[in-house]
Write a protein that binds this ligand. Structure first.
Ligand code: GSH
Length: 225
C-alpha cells in the first residue's frame, strides 16, 4: 500500500479520502476514534505532534499534515489526481492559491467556532481585564462566522467565470470547498458554493464517502439531494 491516511470520521481527512478515491488511487485508512471538537489523544500525538488530522503517510514513512500540503503533494506526485477522469487540476497556480486560501482563511475560521476556548484562553493569558471576558466566546464565534462567509463570497466573485473553482471541471479544491461550506454555520445561501457542494456530495465516486463521514454529523443531508 503506497499511502496510509490517518483520519477521524467526519474530519478534514474526508477531503483526502474522497479525492484519493475519486482519482482511483489505492490507500489504507487508519480510523482515529474520538468525538468532533475533542482532543484526539496520545496515539495521534505520536503521529503528529500538533495533534490534528488528517495525516497522509507515504510509502517511505514520511508523514504529511495540513490538507493544502497533502493536496499539493498528491497533485505533483499523482497524474490521476490532476488529470482525470474525475479530477482535473486545470491551473496549478490557482490550485495552490485556492487550496491555501481555503486552509488559512476558511478552515481556520471554522476552527474558531469548534475550538473557541483555544483562542479565548490565549486572550485571557494575555492579561485582559475581567470585564473584557463577558461574551467573548460568542463574539469570537460571530466574527469567525462572518469572516468565513466573506471568504466564500470572495471565492464566488473571483471564480465567477467558471462553474467550479479552477475551470468547468471538478478539482480537489472543490472537494475541499464543499466540506468547509457544509460545515459553515450559516444557511447555505451562496449559489456557487451551494452548487459545488451539491455536485461533490452527490458525485457517484464521492457520495458514499460523504455519507459515511457526514450523515450523522451534519443536519443538512447534502448527499441525499
Ligand atoms: N490546518 C489543518 C487543520 C486540521 C484540523 O483542524 N483538524 C481537526 C479535525 S477537522 C483536528 O484534528 N482537530 C483536533 C484538534 O485540533 O485537537 C489542516 O489544514 O489540515
Amino acid at each position: 500500500m503506497t499511502y496510509r491516511l490517518h483520519n477521524r470520521l467526519g474530519s478534514g481527512g474526508f477531503v483526502i479520502q474522497a479525492t484519493l478515491a475519486a482519482a482511483g488511487i489505492a490507500f489504507d485508512y487508519d480510523p482515529i476514534s474520538s468525538r468532533p471538537n475533542e482532543s484526539l489523544g496520545s496515539r495521534l500525538q505520536g503521529l503528529n505532534e500538533w495533534g490534528q488530522v488528517p495525516i497522509l503517510e507515504l510509502a517511505d514513512g514520511t508523514r504529511i499534515t495540513e490538507v493544502a500540503a497533502i493536496l499539493a503533494h498528491l497533485a505533483f506526485a499523482e497524474p490521476a489526481f490532476r488529470s482525470g477522469p474525475t479530477l482535473w487540476v486545470d491551473a496549478m497556480p490557482m490550485y495552490l492559491r485556492w487550496s491555501v486560501f481555503l486552509s488559512v482563511n476558511v478552515y481556520e475560521g471554522v476552527l474558531r467556532n469548534s475550538y473557541t476556548h483555544r483562542y479565548y484562553s490565549r486572550i485571557q493569558n494575555d492579561g485582559l481585564p475581567d470585564d473584557a471576558d463577558i461574551g467573548i466566546e460568542s463574539a469570537i464565534r460571530r466574527a469567525a462566522t462572518q469572516r468565513v462567509h466573506q471568504a466564500f463570497e470572495c471565492i464566488e466573485k473571483e471564480t465567477s467565470q467558471y462553474n467550479f473553482l479552477l475551470s468547468d471541471r471538478l478539482s480537489p479544491c472543490d472537494v475541499f470547498l464543499a466540506m468547509l461550506y457544509a460545515w459553515h454555520n450559516q444557511r447555505p445561501d451562496l449559489p456557487k458554493c451551494t452548487w459545488i457542494t451539491t455536485q461533490v456530495a452527490t458525485h457517484p465516486s464521492i457520495r458514499e464517502i460523504w455519507r459515511q463521514n457526514f450523515h450523522d454529523r451534519l443536519d443538512f443531508k447534502w448527499h441525499e439531494l
